[in-house]
Ligand binder design. Structure first.
Ligand code: ATP
Ligand code: MN
Length: 464
């Protein structure tokens, strides 16, 4: 019987002298005076385990196949290591070759590969130092997100991935159909497609956000959150956009924009602190290899009180900055990346929450302020990345919401249930959305969003 077995991370905690078995994939092998030094890794931690095999411990034809990428199992004894940078190593007594990786054809040889090349070997990049670290951080952050909300009594709600509400307005949607594309049914006497023959008897899409459905749950369970995949068919080939990405969307009843800002700040700090506490070896690697200010920036964000300013004030700061903006700023324009970075990196030198944006540039469901011009929206901006969270207090007044749906030219009948939530038992409520991959980029210093998701989907690319 082959059973789940102690990982290398666990082996590092064994007392010197312990008999054990180690298994993993070979990073490197070095031979010196008949002694073989083999580094293996099994993904459980950043550090490789060094295995030392005395001359004669393994047959020459077997050791010849212990090359980068091969999978091996070694029986032996943990001993204190004379080598620098590691406390213990494994003195190997018997080696079993589980799966060879012929060096002539295995694509991931010892030399350092750039991230673009590694993307071509998605099924092997997981064995590299960089992607090992990325996916351990991604795993830790996922857990921290659930832990944060569960500790605060939030209900985890699974909002639908397939949706027939085509009117959320957050972005271009992927349509899902089982109609025969070669032979589409038409509405009698018209060129329009007759979706009554489609799987759901109407057009269906992949969701762009779970927010509206999460509101249903907040108005029954008070504090809820979603954490799931979302899809955008936007043809934007940028380092920050994916066609399939994960989003976290808390939604809280009995909560206004103040409370929303407070939760967002607490949430970001919690995730950063958790990751620093649990993945420090991975973060140190990113700090050394990719982003020299990474750990200092994360410590700064976790330790500082976020600045909070209204949009009107932010525009005033930007207008009087004396800068030549690529995108000119004036009251009413949306803030661009260069403006967001100026506010966080130059003006405040820490995260900034900008609130109360002009209603014209924000979604219909955001609560209108008494000035009639702005809405209770917030964007959390962070140094080095710009916008990381977008949220708002939702419009809870039926008459105002109806006016806004009409003003935005949205089909009223599609929002019957959303309006019903305001007709029956309405209450002030608020929430926000955090793009999960954007957060993982921030925590790792990775510059391309394709490198923080296991299987990226972008225009023209959907391997596996
Ligand atoms: P952006 O301006 O960057 O396109 P957005 O305004 O479209 O973002 P929202 O609709 O507010 O974003 O979505 C909520 C969050 O989801 C964003 O703050 C961002 O972190 C993330 N996000 C949005 N679009 C994408 C995408 N295509 N790929 C990955 N993450 C995304
Ligand atoms: Mn977008």
């Amino acid at each position: 019987m082959i059973r789940p077995h102690q990982t290398i991370k666990q082996l590092f905690h064994l007392a010197p002298g312990s008999e054990t078995t180690a298994q993993g994939w070979v990073k490197t092998r070095r031979d010196s005076k008949g002694v073989h030094f083999v580094q293996i890794n099994d993904g459980s931690c950043f550090a490789d385990l060094q295995i030392v095999l005395e001359a004669g411990a393994v047959a020459e034809d077997v050791i010849a196949k212990v090359t980068t990428g091969a999978c091996i199992r070694v029986k032996g004894r943990m001993v204190e290591s004379p080598a620098k940078g590691q406390a213990v190593e494994l003195r190997g007594e018997a080696l079993e070759l589980l799966g060879a990786a012929p060096p002539e054809t295995y694509p991931l040889q010892k030399k350092r590969h750039n991230l673009e090349t590694l993307r071509e070997f998605m099924h092997f990049r997981t064995r590299s130092n960089t992607f090992g670290a990325v996916f351990r951080v991604r795993n830790a952050v996922s857990y921290a997100i659930h832990k944060f909300f569960q500790e605060r009594g939030f209900l985890y709600v699974h909002t639908p991935i397939l949706t027939t509400s085509d009117a959320e307005g957050a972005g271009a949607m992927f349509q899902v159909t089982t109609l025969d594309l070669m032979n589409l049914p038409r509405v009698a006497g018209s060129a329009a497609i007759d979706f009554s023959h489609d799987f759901f008897s109407k057009p269906a899409y992949l969701t762009v956000s779970g927010q509206l459905e999460a509101e249903i749950f907040a108005l029954a369970f008070t504090n809820v959150y979603t954490f799931g995949p979302t899809f955008r068919a936007e043809n934007s080939n940028t380092p920050r956009h994916l066609a399939e990405f994960w989003m976290i969307e808390p939604e809280m009843a009995f909560c206004d924009l103040e409370g929303d800002q407070q939760l967002a700040e607490e949430f970001l700090k919690y995730i950063i602190t958790y990751t620093m506490d649990h993945c420090i070896a991975d973060l140190e690697f990113f700090n050394q290899r990719y982003e020299p200010n990474l750990i200092a920036t994360l410590e700064n964000v976790a330790g500082s009180e976020f600045a909070r300013i209204p949009y009107t004030e932010a525009v005033r700061i930007l207008e009087s900055s004396g800068r030549q903006w690529e995108f000119p700023v004036h009251w009413g324009s949306d803030l661009q990346s260069e403006h967001e970075r100026f506010l966080t990196e130059e003006t405040f030198k820490k995260p900034v929450i900008v609130t109360d944006y002009p209603k014209e540039i924000k979604a219909f469901y955001m609560r209108e302020n008494d000035d009639g011009k702005t809405v209770r929206a917030m964007d959390v901006l962070a140094p080095g990345i710009g916008e990381i969270i977008g949220g708002s207090q939702r419009e809870e007044r039926l008459d105002v919401l109806l006016d806004k749906i009409r003003a935005h030219g949205l089909p009223e009948e599609a929002y019957t249930w959303y309006l019903d939530l305001r007709r029956f038992g309405s209450v002030p409520h608020a929430g926000f959305g955090l793009g999960f991959e954007r957060m993982v980029m921030y925590l790792t210093g990775m510059k391309n969003i394709r490198d923080v998701i296991p299987f990226p989907r972008t225009p023209g690319h959907a391997e596996f």
